[in-house]
Design a protein around this ligand. Structure first.
Ligand code: HGY
Ligand code: MN
Ligand code: MN
Length: 407
């Protein structure tokens, strides 16, 4: 039965949520458990109340809005994503999947349809992992991949303790993580890459998600005078960092599939005329093939030793994240593909370059994802954009798959 999606409300809510945490850089910043994240959560909570959903919050602040099904004995169908952002982010990453989930429940409500299976819209905490690592934290806790007590003690990049911030914003809930084991988990998300647009394709049917390795690397040399210290006498943490950044790019290019990114670096004392004493940087590496990702990690470990010996600095690496590549549920992937075909949208099966909550839910339930195109493949950037037509196509596929799985 075809039921109407209230696309105007979906698009309006995306815009409204996108204003919260507005950043001087033109995007929005709603880092996990910050005041801006709280504002976004409060807004989502209000929208869930408008739909008379049963709202629950778990120990790590994951938010769940449930539309009750007629058969409470059936495990719920879960859809959703996240509403926290990176710094100066776009407005669709994560938010689109959560708000499209609300749009699906709104359509069922407006059509007076009660599904057999309850349907839960989830907004998982701290998917981005920018302030507190690891990323996909809320869904990882939910899936039992990390202990909530351990996570509450995590110290953020700003020196705050996660548990204190979670309590301060009022989202330390009373639902034990993992309390609702879904029949299946579906995540609608923007691709955040260039493939769908490059192939003029409307829907990405995501069957796989690549492995992720994050490490923090601390290089310690000797601060010295920029004008009096001969090059041969330097132990320059800045030069060592630059050499590492150059070499990991060379390694990634040679691999043909590994991606390597140094996204953050801090020098100290960070002064124009002082040779850097320390450089603290983060290295994000990804590969669809876990063995190649492990090979990249081993290559970097050897590289650190070589650079340390060359420059007479000490280098320490701390692993922050290591998530293996994930293959999503074949039956669910086929369901998405068949539904997309029946709706007449073009589609291509693909691997996700980005991490998502679905990779964690896949540990406890069949999971899969639906992508829509990102204009010029841009994401984690205020210029992130997906056309209304593509947003509506994705939400239409989500609604149809939800109907097939919950009626
Ligand atoms: O890092 C990622 O891929 C995701 O955006 N957290
Ligand atoms: Mn995301
Ligand atoms: Mn993201």
């Amino acid at each position: 039965m075809t039921i109407a999606l209230d696309t105007a409300t979906l698009l309006a809510q995306l815009t409204q949520l996108g204003i919260i945490g507005h950043d001087v850089g033109g995007g929005r910043t709603r880092l996990a458990f910050s005041d801006a994240d709280k504002q976004g959560r409060d807004q989502l909570f209000a929208w869930m109340q408008e739909l008379s959903l049963d709202i629950k919050i778990d120990y790590i602040g994951n938010i769940f809005g449930t539309l009750a099904g007629s058969d409470p004995a059936l495990a719920p169908l879960m859809i959703g994503s996240h509403i926290d952002t990176v710094i100066n982010a776009g407005m669709y990453d994560g938010c689109y999947g959560v708000l499209a989930g609300l749009a699906v429940l709104r359509a069922l409500r407006q059509a007076g349809i009660v599904p057999r299976r309850s349907i839960v819209v989830a907004a998982f905490s701290n998917e981005e992992g920018v302030r507190y690592q690891p990323d996909m934290m809320g869904s990882l806790v939910y899936a039992g991949g990390i202990d909530v007590a351990q996570v509450l003690d995590v110290i953020g990049t700003d020196g705050t303790r996660l548990g204190a911030e979670l309590r301060r914003i009022g989202y330390a809930g009373d639902l034990p993580p993992g309390a609702m084991v879904p029949h299946a988990y579906l995540e609608l998300h923007i691709e955040q890459g260039p493939l769908l647009e490059a192939h003029a394709t409307q829907i990405g049917v995501v069957a796989d998600l690549q492995g992720i390795s994050w490490q923090q690397i601390t290089i310690t040399g000797v601060a010295n005078h920029a004008g009096t210290t001969p090059l041969a006498m330097r132990h320059d943490a800045g030069w060592a960092a630059a050499e590492l950044i150059t070499q990991v790019r060379r390694m990634a290019l040679a691999s043909g599939s590994t991606l390597a990114t140094v996204g953050s670096i801090q020098f100290s004392p960070n002064a124009i005329n002082v040779i850097p004493q320390t450089a603290i940087l983060t290295l994000d590496m990804r590969d669809p093939d876990d063995q190649k990702l492990s090979a990249a990690e081993a290559h970097v470990a050897a590289l650190l030793q070589t650079i340390a010996a060359q420059e007479g600095v000490t280098i320490r690496s701390q692993q922050l994240v290591r998530f293996p590549a994930v293959h999503f549920d074949d039956a669910l992937v086929a369901e998405i593909a068949q539904t997309t075909a029946a709706l007449g949208f073009s589609q291509r099966q693909m691997t996700s370059g980005a991490g998502h909550d679905a990779q964690m839910l896949a540990r406890i339930a069949p999971a899969a994802m639906i992508f829509v195109p990102s204009q010029a493949g841009i994401s984690h950037n205020p210029a992130e954009y997906t056309s209304d037509a593509d947003l509506i196509a994705g939400a239409t596929v989500l609604l149809a798959v939800v109907q097939r799985l919950s009626m």
